[in-house]
Structures are given as C-alpha cells and as structure tokens.
Write a protein that binds this ligand. Structure first.
Ligand code: UGA
Length: 438
C-alpha cells in the first residue's frame, strides 16, 4: 500500500520506518526540513535502540522516503497523523495546534476513498470533530483513530509487534477497518488482539491506559512513603503483592516516579478534558497521582540533604542518569534532571552523567556540570545518586567505584542497585521506601 506519515518525531519516524518494514511504500512528511533531511540521510535525530538499523533497511529497500512538503502525501491510500500534542503552556489541557494544522493541510491533497488515521494522543472528542473537517472538505474520505502504545526504548518492537490494535471507526462503515487490516496485515495475521470501536472509546483507551500506569506507579510510591514512616521495605512489599496475578509486578517499581513526554501530560490533559465535560470528579484522584509523583522528587532532594549532614552547600554530588528512563535520550519532564537541577540550585556542585542524554541536558541546563562516565562524575564526590537505572550503572562494581569517591554514600533513586553488594563494599546505602542501616 502507499502510506503517508505526517509528523516524523519519535512516534512518526518509528511508525514510518516500521510500515516500510512491513512492505508498504511510505513517505514521511516532516515540516522541520532539517529533521526530514537527517532522516532521509539515515540519521536518527533521537536515541532509540534498533531504530538506526530499521531506518537503514527501510531506506535501502527504496520503500521509505521523507519530504518536508505535504504535497508528497498525495496519492497515498492511508495517511497517518503522528504529530505531537504537548501540554499547553500554563494549563493542563493538550495543545492541539499541530494535529489541527496537520489535518488542515492534509485535506488539501486528500482524495475520496483515502483514509486519515490519527495516532496522536488527543482529548476525547477530537476525532469526531476532525472527521467532520475531513468529510466536509473531501466528501468520500474517511477518518479513523488508531492509538499507539509504544514505549520509548522499545519503540521498534512495540510498533512491529504490538500487544493490541485499537481502531476507532465511524459507526456502520467497514471501509476504515478493512484498510487498517490491510496496513497491519502481518500483525493481524499474528492473531494480535484487535478492538474495533467508536472514536471516543479509541481515544479514551489511550488516556485510560496511561492513567492506569501512572496510578500504579504512584500507588507504589505512596506505599514507599508509608514504608519510610514505618520502617517497612517497599521493594519486598512490591514483590509480595506482585505475586498476585490480579496485581502483577510490572510498573510497581518504587523510586523517583514517572516523567517523560507522555504520562505526566496525558494525565493532566485527561483531567482538563474531564472538567470540560462536567465529569471532573471522576478524575480528581489523578491530581493525587500527580502530587505523589512530584513529591518523590522533593523527597529525593531532602534525602540527599539528610545524608550530607544537613546541608547541600558546597557538597559535590554525582548524578548517574538524566534521561526520564533508561534506553532513552529523552529529558522531557525527567525526574532525574529535575532532582539534579534542584540540588544545584540549592548550593551543591552537581556532576551529571548519562549514556545518551548529556547533549540534550547541556542545551537545557548548561549550568550543571557533565561527565562522560560514572567514574568521572563521581571523582571526589560526597554522595552518588542513581536517578535513572541504566544497566551501565546497575552493573557498576561497588568496590572499584568506591575508589574514586570522597565519601561512599549512595542514594538509589530507582531501587535498582544490589544493596547487599554495595553495603558489603563499604557504602552507606539509602533508597526511597527502604529501611536503612542507620
Ligand atoms: C508510556 C507508556 O508506557 C506507553 O504504553 C505509551 O505508548 C507511551 O507512554 C505514550 O503515551 O506514547 P513511555 O513514556 O515510553 O511510555 O515510558 P514508560 O515506560 O511508561 O515509563 C514512564 C515513566 O515511569 C519513566 O519515567 C519510568 O522511569 C517510570 N516508571 C516506570 C517508574 O517509576 N516505575 C515503574 O515501575 C515503571
């Protein structure tokens, strides 16, 4: 099939290359000319394991091209809209400027019988409104909503082997489902669960899923707060409740909490939309989910102050990890970077290291110091904070690593280190929600 992908940021670039991998003829349309040129040259503008290879393969096959002009989308049977929906400045609501702009310029080249597929995360009600725009401008064209559930760090795998397909389609019309089945033929053939529904449900599936994940993380972090108050151990608690299949152990890792370009803004946009719909009470609990999450960052700074004998002034702190999670260079609302910056602003000298995110950090927080390795960051440090659990940091040898620091104090912000090994090597170990040796 001929496919266009409008918006080649994280989601769109991975989607475009993946669709080419599935055998389709794909054009990626990206208004940022520099980004379009980079992608066309096989250069990835972000860090994502496996994406470089996928992009190279798709470009070499001749099935994937990029353009900065919407006219390049003309003639495709299916057009995926993959532009961003960031949080509005100073408000909780999502900013739909890019989605609306993409659809407005797409309808100029759209033909009857073609399908527009929204993949961006949007407030419920957006698809119905955009469908009207599409049908009014191009009678006979169709719109579907097909949310995306990919995780950064696993984006290629999640796109090529999703755990479910969700199609929001117009009632009583089977054409959109048939076209999407053709696009995803290999995925459908692999017996991937598929839910075909209305627009509103499809839109809500996405925000409900992210809200549930955020709630699960904040639940365990609330338990961590209680563990700190009682001397109980949140990691053992998570293991024990996680053995219950109905609860499950995944997304029960207590620590610094969630960040990134999705969970925080999605729960806020969901609350804002519920308010507009007069159903705000239904989601007031998400405000608490957000609060619990933000409190972890403050607690981490306090814990650092506590282990540094009550003052951050003039202390040297090594921060391991700055990306919002491992296997990513994304620093959007990164809990790690937030803590690093707070420590610095409160008088500590902070040296940050991250296997992928340092360049992005330098642009956003030039006043922090940066190092290329954990050892370099930790040289002469009064305390070491693990804030993003990259495997490079989890596998540090605490005995060797202990030789470079001034004080063997480690704060495990992600409950990711082997506590016994670190303590055996003479480190004082502290973590959120865990007992401490005293
Ligand atoms: C999230 C969802 O997991 C995807 O399904 C969704 O498609 C995506 O948002 C999106 O809306 O596009 P992602 O933002 O890549 O994916 O990150 P997650 O893996 O969900 O992690 C989010 C944050 O939660 C990270 O900061 C991570 O460190 C934190 N986290 C995760 C915890 O603090 N504890 C856990 O147990 C798990």
């Amino acid at each position: 099939m001929r496919i266009s992908v409008i918006g080649c940021g994280y989601l769109g670039a991975v989607h475009a290359a993946s669709m080419a991998e599935l055998g389709h003829e794909v054009v990626g349309v990206e208004v940022d000319e520099r980004k379009a040129e980079l992608l066309a040259a096989g250069k990835t503008p972000f860090y994502e394991p496996g994406f470089d290879e996928l992009l190279a393969r798709s470009l070499a096959s001749g099935r994937l091209t990029f353009s900065s002009q919407m006219s390049a989308a003309a003639g495709a049977q299916v057009h995926f809209v993959c532009v961003g929906t960031p949080q509005k400045r100073g408000e909780y609501a999502a900013d739909l400027r890019f989605v609306e702009g993409a659809v407005a310029s797409l309808v100029e080249v759209l033909q009857p019988g073609e399908l527009v597929v929204g993949k961006s995360t949007v407030p419920v009600g957006t698809a119905a409104r955009l469908a009207e725009v599409v049908m009014e401008k191009v009678p006979g064209a169709l719109l579907a909503w097909n949310p995306e559930f990919l995780r950064e760090g696993y984006a290629v795998q999640d796109t090529l082997h999703p755990d479910r397909l969700v199609y929001g389609v117009p009632a009583g019309d089977t054409r959109a489902e048939a076209l999407l089945d053709e696009v995803y033929a290999t995925i459908v053939a692999a017996a991937t669960p598929k839910v075909v529904t209305d627009y509103a449900t499809a839109e809500m599936v996405k925000t409900a899923a992210n809200s549930f994940l955020a709630t699960k993380i904040s639940f365990i972090n609330a338990m961590a707060e209680l563990c700190e108050a009682t001397g109980a151990d949140v990691k053992q608690l998570a293991d024990a409740i996680g053995h219950d299949d109905r609860i499950g152990r995944k997304f029960l890792n207590a620590g610094l909490g969630f960040g990134g370009g999705c969970l925080p803004k999605d729960i806020r946009a969901f609350m804002a939309r519920a308010g507009e719909l007069g159903a705000d009470q239904a989601l007031t609990f998400l405000r608490e989910v957000d609060n619990i999450n933000m409190r972890r960052r403050i607690r981490m700074v306090e814990l650092a102050r506590e282990v540094l004998d009550g003052s951050l002034l003039g202390k040297r702190i090594a921060v391991l990890g700055a990306a919002f999670k491992p296997e990513s260079d994304d620093i959007r609302d990164s809990p790690a970077l937030n803590v690093a910056a707070q420590l610095q602003l409160q008088g500590a000298t902070v040296v940050v290291t991250d296997p992928a995110a340092v360049e992005n950090c330098k642009a956003q927080w030039p006043q922090l110091d940066y190092a290329d390795s954990a050892e370099e960051a930790a040289r002469g440090a009064d305390a070491v904070l693990l804030l993003t659990e990259w495997k490079q940091f989890r596998s540090l040898d605490p005995a060797e690593f202990g030789k470079v620091v001034k004080q063997k104090r480690v704060l495990d912000g992600r409950n990711a280190l082997d506590r016994d090994a670190w303590e055996a090597a003479g480190w004082s170990y502290r973590a959120l929600g865990r007992r401490h040796a005293g």
